[in-house]
Write a protein that binds this ligand. Structure first.
Ligand code: CA
Length: 318
């Protein structure tokens, strides 16, 4: 048996972030050491509140939470995802006010402190804009080599990007802070990119939400939240069967890379293009001069991930 994945999960909670937290808590191969929060799907105070509420829903208010960046490195925060995640970020489902409080420590400081305290042991799994990770790497470049890895939800090479932005080939996380994404991709840390090429194949359908909801009160509440997200996808993409399980798949890959196929690539983020700001560009030329800096996921074992996701959402993972 391999050692468990000791994870710091960085979230902009957000409905698929909420499911990613559930997934991490219910997998025997993951030890969730801390959760850090960032702006993105919603403002950072709401992302932090939502994160605390989801941890309490799962009975794990003991897990430390640190709040982080309120806006991108070079731009103000612009709210844009209410139609996907709801005004409150959790599909308009109102959860009890959390009893736990976030730590009195910035997310980037928590990351630096924990990674230095446990060299070689921790995996960072950012599933929001990469601002907290970039701040941590800028302040403490040494942590790049002290991480077991960074498994990022972000990027796309082939799948169309998110609707409603000028860049047709950008995902939400890289689009929301391209400069931060560039800092992370250039950091030298061992990187895996779980982008829309794979996350848009791993879908949550209405029938799956109904099956999961039978498993108990927490699962039923999680699926009431998820249903808002599923319905938003069904409206936005008329030919799709459900919503993309972006953030849960990234967490799943952090635990078990055998769920995906990945290709080492030299990748960077476009910052200046009128049509390409926030787009991940891969240099795949066979010139002998490229140096891969990330494993980019290109294929996913959908049946195996789906089975694991269903069990985790039902609380059957442990
Ligand atoms: Ca997210």
């Amino acid at each position: 048996m391999t050692a468990p994945c000791r994870m710091i999960l960085d979230v902009d909670t957000g409905i698929d972030d909420a499911m990613a937290i559930f997934y991490a808590l219910h997998r025997p191969g993951i030890v969730l050491e801390a959760v850090t929060t960032v702006f993105g799907n919603i403002d950072v105070p709401a992302a932090t509140r939502n994160t605390l509420q989801i941890l309490e829903l799962a009975g794990r208010a003991d897990i430390p939470v640190a709040s982080g960046a309120a806006h991108a490195l070079t731009r103000p925060f612009v709210r844009g995802a209410a139609h996907i995640h709801g005004e409150n970020g959790l599909g308009e489902v109102t959860l009890p006010e959390p009893s736990a409080r976030p730590l009195d420590e910035h997310a980037a400081d928590l990351i630096i402190r924990m990674v230095r305290a446990h060299p070689g042991a921790l995996t960072l799994c950012p599933v929001g804009p990469l601002t907290n990770i970039a701040l941590a790497l800028a302040r403490a470049p040494d942590i790049a080599q002290k991480l077991r890895g960074i498994v990022v939800m972000g990027g796309t090479l082939f799948h169309p990007g998110i609707p409603g932005i000028p860049s047709p080939m950008a995902d939400a996380n890289f689009w929301n802070d391209p400069e931060a994404a560039r800092i992370v991709l250039r950091s030298g840390a061992p990187l895996t990119l779980v982008g829309m090429d794979v996350t848009m194949r791993a879908l949550l359908t209405p029938a799956m939400t109904e099956a999961i909801a039978q498993a108990g009160d927490a699962a039923a509440t999680m699926m009431r939240i998820a249903r808002f997200y599923v319905d938003a996808y069904l409206r936005q993409y008329p030919s799709i069967a459900g919503c993309g399980l972006h953030d849960p798949l990234a967490v799943a890959v952090a635990e078990d890379a055998s769920l995906v196929t990945a290709e080492p690539m030299q990748v960077d983020i476009e910052l200046a293009g009128e049509l390409t700001r926030g787009q991940m560009v891969a240099d795949r030329r066979a010139t002998g001069t490229t140096r891969p800096n990330a494993a980019v996921c290109t294929g996913v074992d959908v049946p195996r991930f789906t089975e694991r996701f269903m069990a985790a959402m039902r609380g059957e993972g442990r």
